[in-house]
Design a protein around this ligand. Structure first.
Ligand SMILES: Nc1ncnc2c1ncn2[C@@H]1O[C@H](COP(=O)(O)OP(=O)(O)OP(=O)(O)O)[C@@H](O)[C@H]1O
Ligand SMILES: [Mg+2]
Length: 322
């Protein structure tokens, strides 16, 4: 039995088609990633899974319970950490958690124990009795995670859990998510960070404009859509002698698919990276060019995204945040 089954979900807001027939399954105990740029439909999908939005078409099942007939399945099984979560700024971290425990009718004693455990887990024990108005962004994010865990959900929906966190705090967040999964929790996470999807997720669905463009393990996606590895040649000592001829002859080599001039060097892509490397070195010799460095870059999820959508996720999100 899968943890979450999403079948052909369609959701419109007026003339905007936020989800256009989205289907996928999240297996029990996996970390499943929804990777896509701003406006792709990630939050809309999460809200649909929570029963907060009613889709125009399609069905959601959580542990085999149809959401429309059993809306209580969400309350029982699902924990949610929204993109931006309301917490009471004038309550302490501990009080916020106890408040959530109250919403779930957890008896006071039990609630106190759970809250202590959660504060420990997210490393907020020391700050537990300070009001959250004074928390840093990373502390808030960790408290929000704990708030989503109070009722011990079997499935956790995390909407951009590491948005705006520094590298170190993000790694900490990943470690926490791994730890939850190790304890048997199924995790669905949305992100537009490629490295997050790559490092954390067992499987990734790439979503863009309300549609799933591809779904598999990060490695399989890279193999299938990322294209062959890239040979990166960096120019050596100053002086452009022979470089022009070298580039022209590289373009004419059999088995070379792409030659791109970059500042400081040239990128070469071909089907057989070993054969291409040999040929590139031979051409360097022929034209008297000594490269400073030659390296092979394996395809990334960004290459996958580019191949699927014609746009680089890295650039599109960098533009957005610029
Ligand atoms: N309540 C709403 N009313 C009208 N349009 C909405 C509403 N919620 C979402 N949309 C639209 O649906 C589309 C998908 O939005 P959604 O918030 O799901 O994207 P997202 O992938 O979560 O993006 P982000 O990375 O910015 O959080 C967008 O075009 C958005 O403007
Ligand atoms: Mg969103």
């Amino acid at each position: 039995m899968d943890a979450i089954v999403v079948e052909n979900i369609v959701k419109r807001f007026g003339s905007v088609e936020a989800l256009r027939g989205v289907s996928f399954r999240v297996r029990r105990g996996e970390i499943f990633g929804l990777l896509g740029p701003n406006g792709a439909g990630k939050t809309t999908l999460i809200r649909t899974l929570l029963g907060l939005l009613r889709p125009a078409e399609g069905r959601v099942r959580i542990f085999d319970m149809d959401l429309e007939r059993h809306p209580e399945a969400v309350h029982r099984f699902v924990g949610w950490v929204p993109q931006e979560r309301a917490m009471d700024p004038f309550l302490t971290g501990r009080e916020n958690l106890l408040f959530v425990a109250g919403l779930h009718h957890i008896p006071a004693r039990e609630a106190r124990d759970r809250v202590d455990g959660l504060l420990e887990l997210v490393e907020l024990t020391g700050a537990a009795d300070r009001i959250t108005r004074g928390y840093s962004g990373g502390m808030r994010r960790r408290l929000q995670l704990a708030m989503g865990l109070v009722h011990r959900p079997k499935v956790l929906l995390l909407d951009e859990p590491s948005l705006g966190l520094d590298v170190q705090t993000r790694r900490r967040m990943w470690w926490l998510i791994e730890k939850l999964r190790a304890g048997g929790t199924t995790v669905l996470i949305t992100t537009h960070y490629l490295d997050e999807a790559d490092a954390l997720c067992d499987r990734v669905a790439i979503i863009e404009q309300g549609e799933i463009r591809g779904l598999d393990t990060p490695d399989a996606l890279k193999q299938r859509y990322g294209g062959p590895p890239l040979l990166v040649l960096e120019w050596g000592e100053p002086g452009a002698h022979g470089r022009r001829q070298l580039i022209d002859s590289l373009k004419a080599l059999p088995g070379v698919r792409e030659v791109a001039e970059r500042a400081g060097g040239v990128w070469v892509r071909g089907d057989d990276v070993v054969a291409v490397t040999r040929a590139v070195l031979a051409e360097c010799e022929r034209w008297g060019v000594t490269p400073a460095r030659l390296s092979v870059r394996q395809p990334t999820l960004d290459d996958v995204f580019l191949a699927m959508t014609g746009a680089s996720l890295k650039e599109s999100t960098e533009e957005m945040s610029a």
